[in-house]
Design a protein around this ligand. Sequence first.
Ligand SMILES: [Zn+2]
Length: 144
Amino acid sequence: MNATATRETCLRCGAVLSRYRSHDEQICAPCQRAELEAEPGPRILEPEQLVVAVAALLLQAHAHEPDRRVHLRAELAEQGIETDHVEIRQAVQKLRRRYGMEIDADERKPGHRLVDWPYRFKRLRGPTARACFWRRQQKTLFRV
Ligand SMILES: [Zn+2]
């Protein structure tokens, strides 16, 4: 009697399954690994990409519901982006420092809220029609 005829084989590739596997496993270890890698897991963004993602969430919420506080970590998790509170805080600090966004973050209330963004989008006229940002409030950067 042939010994391999009684052994079970992998459902995907047909390889003979290990005798040490647990009884519910129907596919071999390389096929299990390939299936796990094919599943989309949570993404981890680079710090600069996270700044852009946070800015997009805050600006979107500010445009639709100005008083709503955005729970950034939960909303990013909905999009499959995994972060922690330290990365969120660093991204918010960068948005405040670099782009002058006034972001309200109260420890007693969950979430962040974009209070004001001193830049507006203005389309220039003329032959070199380009779009540019201009600063509405000049009190902070250009004071003399
Ligand atoms: Zn297999």
